[in-house]
Design a protein around this ligand. Structure first.
Ligand code: FAD
Ligand code: DHB
Length: 388
């Protein structure tokens, strides 16, 4: 087989890149190790920045998002038992859209199915070859048959544990990492959300987050020890802990119900530099991870593939300037989002090793934030998303 761009991974980064390239008339094949149903079953992100929405529109996958997405003008910070609002629209003129990653993925999958482009699900043993020349190729096994796919470029959109970053020689890539000493236990349930604006709570028992997927579906999280197992958490135990971390005004509105999904995610900050090796370009979680506080992961993945699609289109028009500058441009934005996600995580979670002094520093900073329009503006402009 031959294509112009071989894309590894059919998460949001791979699917959106495939759609943007198709719009530019660039042929591409996506290789995904899991089934489509498995990819759709992973409950993850829920908040989209305007830049992400614009890219989905450009790709032709924005129609349902505009019908069903919930536009939020602000979010809520809880500390010292009180709720405080950050007025995103008033401070920045911009908003965010609550629309699940699952739905983004489904819309992109439907678009791709209609386009007739090739997607190979359950592609096993994907391996990348001759990345440092101008004729790279990818091999994989499908239904026991070994297949060779020749291409001009490989796009590594295969997430944190994928094969793409691992295919770069160790002396050609540098990595930066911070692992946090706790995780997030998330629960999805068909109950009306406590708030249509997302709530981030700093509580002495630990962080809690109240998010949503629709007017009838809630997505809630609590900070938990890293070695907790999801089987240890009954729904009742989750609801009791979540309620205990909410201020009274919200706790009294909480509606509980059976979980549809429950999972624990570790928190990590990670960046790999550069995001290119020869004809391989990394995008999304393959190149960087942010802790989820602030909802930047999916949005960064979208930003990367927006830049990469532009750069590849320029290449086929005769200029290599875009692909040569891709890593620098993407990383400039990635590091700023890393900083914001790290800051927001540090501000809102319980770090027992920092003791009571650390907890008082968090409260002082949160109180300062709410007293300073300048600082609120800085937080809001990061939250709605920095320009590409
Ligand atoms: P992935 O979604 O990881 O997709 C990679 C794909 O590659 C997968 O389908 C995988 O099966 C496939 N793959 C892996 N290895 C191979 C291989 N060897 N061969 C072929 N295919 C392979 N982000 C936000 O922006 N907002 C949020 O609100 C938010 N909340 C989050 C909440 C949680 C609990 C978590 C865990 C994450 C959250 N994120 C959020 C982060 C966001 O989900 C990720 O950043 C996003 O999924 C990255 O997309 P991706 O396409 O780069 O990677
Ligand atoms: C969600 C996740 C986040 O990390 C966040 O900051 C807001 C919402 C969510 O999954 O809905």
């Amino acid at each position: 087989m031959r294509t112009q761009v071989a894309i590894v991974g059919a998460g949001p980064a791979g699917l959106l890149l495939g759609a943007l390239l198709a719009k530019a008339g660039i042929d591409n094949v996506i290789l995904e190790q899991r089934s489509g149903a498995y990819v759709l079953g992973r409950i993850r992100a829920g908040v989209l920045e305007q830049i992400c929405v614009d890219l989905l529109d450009e790709a032709g996958a924005g129609a349902r998002l505009h019908r069903e997405g919930l536009v939020d003008d602000g979010f809520v910070l809880v500390f010292g038992g009180q709720a405080h609002r950050i007025d995103l629209a008033g401070l920045t003129g911009k908003r965010v859209v609550v629309y699940g990653q699952t739905e983004v993925t489904r819309d992109l999958m439907d678009l791709r199915a209609a386009s007739g482009l090739t997607t190979v699900y359950e592609a096993e043993d994907v391996a990348l070859h001759e990345l440092d020349g101008s004729r790279p190729w990818v091999s994989y096994r499908k239904d026991g048959v070994l297949v060779r796919l020749d291409c001009d470029f490989v796009a590594g959109c295969d997430g944190f544990h994928g094969v793409s970053r691992a295919s770069i020689p160790k002396d050609r890539i540098e990595t930066f990492e911070k692992v946090y000493p706790f995780g997030w236990l998330g629960l999805l349930a068909d109950v009306p959300p406590v708030s249509h604006e997302i709530v981030y709570a700093n509580h002495e028992r630990g962080f809690a987050l109240a998010s949503l997927r629709s007017p009838t579906r809630s997505r809630y999280y609590v900070q938990c020890p890293l070695d907790d197992k999801v089987e240890q958490w009954s729904d009742d135990a989750f609801w009791a802990e979540f309620r205990a971390r909410l201020p009274a005004s919200l706790a009294e509105r909480l509606v509980t119900g059976p979980s549809i999904e429950k999972s624990i995610a570790p928190l990590r900050s990670f960046v790999a530099e550069p995001m290119r090796y020869g004809r391989l370009f990394l995008a999304g979680d393959a190149a960087h991870i942010v802790p989820p506080t602030g909802a930047k992961g999916l949005n960064l993945a979208a930003g990367d593939v927006g830049l990469l699609a532009q750069a590849m289109a320029e290449f086929y028009r005769g200029s290599e300037a875009g692909i040569d500058d891709y890593s620098r441009r993407a990383l400039a934005r990635v590091w700023k989002a890393e900083r914001f996600s790290w800051w927001f995580t540090t501000m809102m979670h319980k770090f027992p090793e920092n003791g009571p002094f650390g907890a008082r520093m968090q409260l002082a900073e949160l109180e300062y934030l709410m007293s300073s329009r300048a600082m609120q503006t800085a937080v809001a402009e990061n939250y709605v998303g920095l320009p590409l």
